[in-house]
Design a protein around this ligand. Structure first.
Ligand SMILES: Nc1ncnc2c1ncn2[C@@H]1O[C@H](COP(=O)(O)OP(=O)(O)OP(=O)(O)O)[C@@H](O)[C@H]1O
Length: 267
């Protein structure tokens, strides 16, 4: 069986004819832990949505080889005013297994309690979601993700507005997933956290700037390049039209060259 979980082939994703991720090629290995880093608007969430299949490619492909996917979007995209309790949110993790109206077995309930315990939310089962702090809500979302038992896990800025203790606890959960052989991609802004915990990093500024071992990617020069790509981007510029190109000939932009990522290490 191939050890590749995700394969991008000259992938372009975007909205209304504008590319938000451009010319991404490379592979993500099973059981790897990758940080996705870039400035605001550099295309990180767009990439997560493309991998999750929410956004279809404008061109190129994203080949996915996983059984089950768990996608934790940014908290800002989650409606917390919905009248639900922690237990209702977390048990949605069984959705793929039981369906929306399926009854939970006693084993499911034990699994649910175990996951709440693992994220430090024992006793929070009946708390309404709108009464939770940001960190508690994130813990509940991690418990739901745990129940999904996914082999590919996408986390979009899971540590926004979350304190150091919660980050440390949730990092342990992430590392546990990786030690179980699951593949994790995590969008992050905190470079220190990336350097400390993530062996692999993809640095993007709409087009990929660097991808590989974190120590080689998060260099001063690459971060400077990422900033200048981002600053040079013209929001009004149309995205390149693949149809005008010669087959097999990569096109050239004024601000970037197609980037080919080849080597991705293992965790
Ligand atoms: N639904 C949408 N319709 C149109 N443009 C969008 C849409 N979603 C995102 N964009 C644009 O795509 C670009 C990339 O956005 P994206 O959310 O992927 O960036 P990001 O790197 O995740 O940013 P942040 O760090 O701020 O979350 C931005 O210019 C954004 O305005």
């Amino acid at each position: 069986m191939s050890n590749t979980c995700l394969e991008f082939k000259n992938l372009t994703l975007g909205y209304h004819g504008h590319a938000a991720i451009h010319h991404l090629s490379g592979e993500v290995q099973r059981g790897s832990l990758t940080a996705v880093v870039g400035a605001n608007g550099s295309g990180k969430s767009t990439l997560m949505k493309g991998i999750a299949g929410i956004l279809k490619p404008i061109s190129g492909t994203c080949v996915t080889r996983y059984q089950r996917l768990a996608y934790l979007s940014q908290q800002s995209e989650i409606d917390r005013t919905f009248p639900a309790r922690v237990i209702d949110l977390v048990s949605l993790g069984y959705w793929q297994k039981r369906g929306l109206l399926g009854r939970l077995t006693s084993r499911d309930r034990a699994g649910l309690s175990g996951c709440l315990g693992a994220v430090g939310l024992t006793g929070f089962e009946k708390r309404p979601l709108d009464s939770l702090s940001g960190g508690q809500m994130q813990r509940a979302l991690f418990a739901r993700t745990m129940l999904q038992d996914a082999d590919l896990i996408l986390l979009d800025e899971p540590f926004n507005a979350v304190d150091a203790r919660t980050i440390a606890d949730l990092m342990k959960v992430i590392k546990g997933w990786v030690s179980e052989g699951r593949t994790v991609l995590c969008v992050l802004h905190d470079h220190a956290l990336v350097r400390e915990h993530f062996l692999q990093t993809l640095l993007i500024a709409r087009n990929p700037v660097a991808w590989g071992a974190t120590a080689e990617v998060m260099t001063f020069e690459n971060l400077r390049r990422a900033r200048s790509f981002q600053e040079a981007w013209d929001e009004q510029a149309g995205w390149c039209d693949e149809n005008t190109e010669q087959p097999g000939q990569p096109h050239v932009h004024r601000d970037h060259l197609p980037y080919q990522h080849k080597v991705v290490g293992h965790v």
